[in-house]
Design a protein around this ligand. Structure first.
Ligand code: NAD
Length: 471
């Protein structure tokens, strides 16, 4: 059994988590689950390490993070295989993710000594200095869909700013977080700076979110869990960063290459088996091309190679768990009962593992549950519009606002519509949402705060203003 990682100790926790390999529906490993005392121990270890870590020079912290990044790169294949087997993601994508983790650590290692305050003249004649102070102990609670990527988006800026962390991975996918914790120690980051405590969200996650010695929670997960964390954090006025759910639009105007955009649209929702907060799961297509577009979408969706994540040819792996597959299947039934037309997919292929063929629905409308709710699986719905205003209204007709794309060859329209859609990230003629150097995060019920780029550094620090009298 893999133990917890608390300071320089490896305790065996209160119980055990059986970690599955979804492609084969069989156990992959066993991991210790933290109990309340373990969690208190992890927070205490982080609190003890904070004065030393925050007092290190920014250059010394950067050096250690650069070494951490190098080690992740050296262990890239091992981490990619671990993630591919535990989450069920195709190995090609998992390799990209391992490289992205190393890049993220390197970016924030580089940022550590380039993030500073201002000197501000004031009407009193003296001068104000602003400093960015680290917050203290930061609790990081992450989901199962991109376990090591999302952990690192938080871990790297938190450490670069001088905070110490307690990382709680999702119970389905704790392996890469534990391995990252070990590599941090191997890189020379002192014990207690990074602590990793797998455990049940409702107990250990909730205890972290309400712990009096934790200054901030960086959370990624469902909107409902985000609400619970916000409420728990309110008791001690904790800082919170929330990256929550999405139901992102993919607006397609009639002046595009239909085949190319259909293939992009399929990729942008079925990657990671649709278990992606940025999945463009609502296609909003101009009515005059709807018919040929849906035909092209059907053809490209049916051609997706679903199979073993470790096979280089695989484009889509299994769902992460039996429960997640059943949840997605229930939405396929709901969609059919609501009167939408299932164009393709939605069936289990033969054999073991939690596989499901990617599904597309046409004749979908707002207020159908498959249109309004985040399914978090390989299901896309197609809606139609006649005018640009209608397209924008449909795109904005959601409680979410995380991501989105639009496709057109009219540049002015592209910028106009991108500005009008209420979402934190909008891509024009592209399916990409994540750029390490640029901010990422949600409007509305998709979240609070921003990750990535230099924006993340602001969210892991407190601004101090010192007034200096000069007369
Ligand atoms: P989840 O909310 O169920 O769990 C996320 C984490 O929170 C897990 O570690 C879990 O153990 C913990 N948790 C659960 N209940 C808790 C509680 N009461 N208090 C504290 N912690 C608790 O989410 P999930 O099912 O793991 O992930 C899927 C969701 O994550 C989707 O809604 C998806 O859109 C969202 N997501 C968002 C982003 C983003 O950047 N906006 C990225 C990836 C995933």
């Amino acid at each position: 059994m893999q133990p917890l990682l608390i300071g320089d100790q490896r305790p065996r926790g209160q119980s055990a988590i059986r970690v599955m390999e979804p492609a084969h529906a069989r156990p992959l490993d066993e991991v210790a689950a933290a109990g309340p005392q373990d969690l208190d121990g992890a927070v205490a270890a982080a609190k003890k390490a904070f004065p030393m870590w925050s007092a290190l020079s920014v250059v010394a912290r950067a050096d250690l993070l650069f070494r951490f990044s190098d080690l992740v790169r050296e262990h890239g294949e091992e981490l990619a295989k671990l993630e591919a087997r535990n989450v069920g993601k195709p190995i090609g994508g998992a390799r990209w993710e391992a490289g992205h983790v190393a890049d993220t650590l390197r970016y924030y290692a580089g940022a550590a000594d380039k993030f500073f305050g201002h000197t501000i003249g004031t009407n009193k004649g003296g001068i104000d200095l602003t400093l960015h102070d680290p917050l203290g102990v930061v609790g990081l609670i992450v989901p199962w869909n991109f376990p090591m990527v999302i952990a690192t988006w938080k871990l790297a800026p938190a450490l670069a700013c001088g905070n110490t962390v307690v990382l709680k991975p999702a119970s389905l996918t704790p392996l890469s977080a534990l391995r990252l914790g070990e590599l941090a120690l191997e890189a020379g980051i002192p014990p207690g700076v990074v602590n990793v405590v797998p455990g049940p969200g409702a107990a250990i996650g909730a205890a972290l979110a309400s712990h009096p010695d934790v200054a901030k929670i960086g959370f990624t997960g469902e909107t409902a869990t985000g609400r619970a964390i916000m409420a728990a954090a309110a008791q001690t006025i904790k800082r919170i960063g929330l990256e929550l759910g999405g139901k992102s639009p993919n607006i397609i105007f009639a002046d595009v290459d239909i085949q190319e955009v259909a293939s992009q649209a399929a990729g942008s929702v079925f990657d990671n088996a649709g278990q992606d907060c940025c999945a463009r799961s609502r296609i909003i297509v101009e009515r005059k091309i709807a018919e040929p577009f849906i035909e092209a979408l059907k053809a490209t969706t049916e051609a997706i190679v679903v199979g073993d994540p470790l096979d280089e040819k695989t484009q889509m792996g299994p769902l992460v768990s039996q429960g997640q597959r059943e949840r997605v299947e229930s939405y396929i039934g709901i969609g059919q009962n609501e009167g939408a037309k299932l164009v393709c997919g939605g069936k289990r292929p033969e054999g073991e593992g939690y596989f499901l063929r990617p599904a597309a629905f046409a004749e979908a409308h707002p207020r159908m549950r498959i249109v309004d709710e985040e399914i978090f699986g390989p299901v896309v719905v197609v809606l139609t519009f006649d005018t640009e205003d209608e397209a924008v209204a449909l795109a904005n007709d959601t409680i979410y606002g995380l991501s989105g794309s639009l496709w057109t060859n009219d540049l002015k329209r592209g910028l106009r519509v991108a500005r009008a859609v209420k979402t934190g990230n909008m891509s024009v003629n592209s399916s990409s949402s994540v750029h390490l150097q640029a901010p990422f995060g949600g409007y509305k019920q998709s979240g609070l705060g921003r990750e990535l780029g230099m924006y993340a550094m602001e969210h892991y620090t407190e601004v101090k203003n010192i007034y200096f009298e000069t007369r």
